[in-house]
Design a protein around this ligand. Structure first.
Ligand SMILES: NC(=O)c1ccc[n+]([C@@H]2O[C@H](COP(=O)([O-])OP(=O)(O)OC[C@H]3O[C@@H](n4cnc5c(N)ncnc54)[C@H](O)[C@@H]3O)[C@@H](O)[C@H]2O)c1
Length: 353
């Protein structure tokens, strides 16, 4: 039997992975204990998504286990063993603002939880491909020291800089910068996943996400910027922009495009690889530009205000360079541009608010 195991299966990337791999594997096992509602409150609960997966996919099996618990995780792996061919590990505390509230919780979920997953895979399913969703926050605030220029609606990198054409590549240092507590716990996990590839020879890959987005994001003020922005545009709730004149730039990748990267890697895996994964030059926006698109799609004028202080360590301009991944997997490319993604989010969020 071929099994894909997905942690954080009710979250944005986890649920997209379940839907994608349910078509390709005999069984998809999901692990998610809805810790997201503990992090961000009831409005960010992912329980609606878990229920939907259970209804929609007859070959989906959900476990409400905690990735921090070796006992709970080992029990699941022991049951399925070598039948597990793919592990997609997305469960996390995903917000850098929240992490500072409870550094222990953040670290034990992001770092220890990843180690629990790696060890269980090594012990019970060592041939499995192991995919980890890391973050561009592992580069800390180093991108903020790039030569940036201010344009009318966005910050942009100097056009003579090598990053201008395609964005930031994987060779940027992850050292000597301010990461936030969240960024540091993700660095620990990111390096450990690489090590299980390099040291133990396992088929591990790290995908350092820019902004990951899609219709199934349970957006909250502290996490899921586009989903929360669209939610505010639909409901009329107030949105606060933090710093950088609202010109900070994010690249946004649709969850399906990211999971399709995982699929390409799975079919032809390597050991201990690292890839930047975002919308790149294909799909990106500044806060101001994102607001304008949300207003256009909803037909509503957004209520927003500007707070001078930026979030600590927040990026001013970040665009991912996917050249390395595209060189390794030339058949992969983006399918969803920003406007299509936001329109899908509009349709989906409208049904839930
Ligand atoms: N969304 C983004 O913009 C973004 C950007 C870069 C990286 N990432 C990374 O991608 C991954 C997925 O992000 P997402 O947006 O899908 O997050 P998400 O919050 O939507 O999903 C994560 C899921 O994991 C579950 N979870 C958390 N802790 C758990 C635990 N201890 N045990 C079991 N389940 C637990 C949550 O309940 C949630 O449903 C994360 O690792 C995140 O750090 C996300």
């Amino acid at each position: 039997m071929n099994i894909a195991l997905v942690t954080g299966s009710a979250g944005l990337i986890g649920s997209e992975s379940v839907a994608f791999f349910a078509e390709k594997f005999d069984l998809v096992i999901g692990i998610d204990n809805n810790l997201r509602s503990y992090f961000f409150g009831a409005e960010a609960s992912t329980d609606w998504n878990r229920k939907g997966l259970e209804e929609k996919f007859s070959n989906y099996k959900h476990y409400k286990a905690d990735i921090r618990s070796e006992e709970e995780i080992n029990k699941i792996f022991a049951e399925y063993g070598a039948d597990i061919k793919l592990v997609v590990h997305t469960a996390a505390q995903p917000s850098h603002d929240w992490a500072a509230r409870e550094p222990f919780t953040d670290f034990t979920v992001n770092a220890n939880g990843t180690l629990v997953m790696l060890e269980a895979t090594r012990k019970y399913s060592p041939e499995a491909v192991f995919i980890f969703t890391s973050t561009n926050k592992v580069y800390g605030d180093t991108p903020n020291y790039l030569p940036l220029v201010e344009l009318e609606t966005r910050w942009e990198i100097d056009q003579n800089h090598p990053y201008f054409t395609n964005g930031i590549d994987e060779l940027m240092s992850i050292d000597h910068s301010k990461h936030s507590i969240f960024g540091a716990s993700k660095v620990a996990a990111d390096v450990m996943v690489q090590e299980y590839g390099r040291y133990f020879g396992m088929k591990t890959a790290v995908f350092r996400g820019g902004c990951l987005t899609g219709p199934n994001h349970s957006g909250a003020q502290l996490h899921g910027f586009l989903a929360y922005l669209m939610k505010c545009a639909i409901t009329g709730n107030h949105y606060t922009i933090f710093g950088y004149k609202g010109k900070q730039v994010r690249d946004n990748i649709h969850s399906w495009d990211l999971v399709n990267m995982f699929w390409h890697f799975y079919q032809n895996p390597r050991a201990g690889e690292v890839y930047n994964a975002g919308g790149g030059r294909f799909s990106n926006c500044s806060m101001q530009e994102g607001i304008a698109i949300c207003e256009e799609i909803t037909g509503n004028k957004m209520s927003y205000s500007y707070a001078e202080d930026n979030r600590s360590g927040d990026h001013i301009w970040y665009i991912s360079d996917l050249t390395k991944f595209k060189n390794h997997y030339p058949e992969w490319t983006w399918k969803y541009d920003l406007k299509t993604t936001l329109t899908q989010m509009y349709d989906n969020i409208s049904k839930r608010v």
